[in-house]
Design a protein around this ligand. Structure first.
Ligand code: APR
Length: 248
């Protein structure tokens, strides 16, 4: 039992792959290409599902590389029309609500972001199945797991494609609204192209005072990352959730 526990399918500290992963990917892909964005109908969902599976099936779940996802991302690059992008960090639900109301797009409104949103997946060397018992945890097992690397490489491509004015929704109820270790901080902000303009919105919980502002040290850090890349920056703070959704 000891040996099975530490060498078998149960050895990772994170939850296992989402049940029916392949079926969910296929169904979400059909829904997205037929109903949500019918313009993208030409995309082949069977090929996309197969490319997704080949990226990680039978591989060491701690040895994911960006290259593993090349063929998948080339089938459906996460690009959106100029000026429509919304980034977020610790504000997932709010940013999605905002994007929906304004007809803007988050990463989860692109095909691959939509397919993978909230799912977990990992494989196992020598097996053609997903490991449904456990998958590597980012902290306790390895950072180069397939789920983390997927969001990093997809976010990188999403940020690289930004043009004109883009927005980020940050959590003004945290002491540091900008977290340089988050995906937005590590991957997206440093990959914006010169001449893009980033508008940051610091939004706090309605009925509470804000905990961070545009003049705080975390936003100064963001500003310095952007200055180094010639990205223009504007910052709006002291907005409650309700004010932000109604007026911004
Ligand atoms: N579903 C599940 N997990 C996700 C998703 C998703 N749709 N998007 C990101 N993740 C993971 C990532 O590993 C990320 O680190 O959840 C974490 C969310 O953490 P936050 O600190 O709230 O935000 P951040 O790390 O900045 O990631 C969000 O990255 O994915 C992009 O465009 C997206 O701007 C957004 C940012």
């Amino acid at each position: 039992i000891y040996k099975w526990h530490y060498s078998g399918l149960n050895r990772w500290h994170g939850a296992g792959s989402t049940a029916d992963f392949q079926k969910i990917i296929q169904e979400r892909c059909d829904t997205y290409t037929q109903t949500i964005r019918p313009g993208s109908r030409s995309r082949n969902c069977q090929a996309i599902r197969q490319a997704f599976m080949s990226a990680f099936i039978s591989k060491d779940p701690c040895k994911a590389t960006k290259e593993d996802y090349n063929s998948l991302i080339n089938l459906a690059p996460p690009t959106v029309p100029c000026g429509q992008q919304v980034f977020w960090s610790k504000t997932k639900e709010l940013a999605h609500e905002y994007a929906k109301r304004r007809r803007l797009m988050t990463l989860e409104d692109t095909l691959l972001g939509y397919l993978a949103d909230g799912l977990r997946w990992c494989g196992e060397p020598g097996s053609s199945d997903l490991n449904i018992w456990s998958c590597p945890d980012w902290r306790k097992d390895c950072r180069t797991n397939y789920v983390s690397v997927f969001w990093e490489v997809l976010s990188e491509r999403f940020a690289e494609s930004a043009c004109n004015t883009v927005r980020v929704v940050l959590n003004g109820s945290l002491e540091n609204a900008f977290d340089s270790m988050s995906i937005f901080g590590r991957v997206e902000a440093p990959n914006l192209r010169p001449q893009v303009e980033l508008e940051a919105w610091l939004v706090h919980d309605t009925g509470k005072p804000p905990s961070d502002s545009c003049s705080g040290s975390s936003i100064r850090k963001l500003k310095s990352i952007l200055d180094g890349r010639n990205v223009k920056f504007r910052c709006m703070d002291n907005l409650s959730r309700d004010q932000f959704l109604q007026r911004s």
